[in-house]
Design a protein around this ligand. Sequence first.
Ligand code: SAH
Ligand code: SF4
Length: 348
Amino acid sequence: MMPRQDLLDLSFPELEELLTSWGELAFRARQVWEWTWRHLACGFADMTNLPCALRDRLAETYRLGILTPAARQGDPEEGTEKVLFAFPDGVAVEAVLMREDGRRTVCVSTQVGCPIGCAFCATGAMGYRRDLSAGEIAGQVLHFARELRARGEQVTHVVVMGMGEPLLNYEATVKAIRNLNDRRGFGLGARRITVSTAGVVPGILRLSEEALQLNLAVSLHAPDDALRAELVPLAMRWPLADVLAAADAYARATGRRVTYEYVLLAGVNDGLDQARALARLLRGRLAHVNLIPFNPAPGLPFTRPDEAHVDAFRRELLRHGVDATVRRSRGVRILAGCGQLCSQRRPG
Ligand code: SAH
Ligand code: SF4
């Protein structure tokens, strides 16, 4: 028997087309969409205002891609929770919920592993297995949304910063984002969604044409191509000049300030001369630097600079006219921090 398709893989127009092809009335698509994306139904049986025949037909051909954690790990003090989602083909990804004041941010994965292979990233070290589907990406958010709803809370932000390079899985990533953004259902504003890329130039250019007000974060990590090629291997296909030009195009098209991420690795890319070179590169741009002190993970040969040095690096950027902040480490104790996600290590 063919495995049933995931209803979460459909966009609203695709759902409409499907139901029309079944001879259903036009408003049924809206009802199914609302059950799925607004009421977060756990199954077709929940969709009580649909005719039984339609519910049965949906259940025969589709599944509602509900993801259930195969493992979970939390840091109660910090309010951070990491879950492992295992898929029927034997692969798995991790996703993280972060709580901060009123914010409830979900960090989602887009690929199983990652083909870019950054030298400082646990996901890169595990290699690349496959892309996630749009439903598998959005399903991670819906999982946490269900959990939060039970406590009267909701997901306020999504960061596409988990495992994988989102712009190398472009269609599924953008479809998942559009589905989460759709006001008829989940209704998460584009400005509350951030996509982080290692600098996939064609993807950035394409994203700037989507007419979506997403936040774009571009991982730089080095002020020159030679060092960047060592740290972000596959991304050397796109030199810094091209990455910056693409990010400028994104800023022009959306009016949004681009964030540049910079992992600080002691003795590798954290020199004050490197801060000045980075400032020269970014000065005059609609930009902001987010410094991420290295999060250690098993097998990664780097160390995190101490706090005083991180601050000195930040002040050097400010002194040279570039706005910069330091990302607070979240989830590090449960290996849920940036670059620590890896589905081959059993959590807990
Ligand atoms: N592939 C995308 C998004 C996922 S990684 C990208 O690279 O941008 C999200 C962020 O975590 C990136 O800026 C990445 O460089 C950073 N990161 C990776 N490994 C890290 C580590 N060990 N410590 C701190 N940040 C890390
Ligand atoms: Fe992939 Fe991003 Fe990790 Fe680099 S940092 S290996 S691009 S997930």
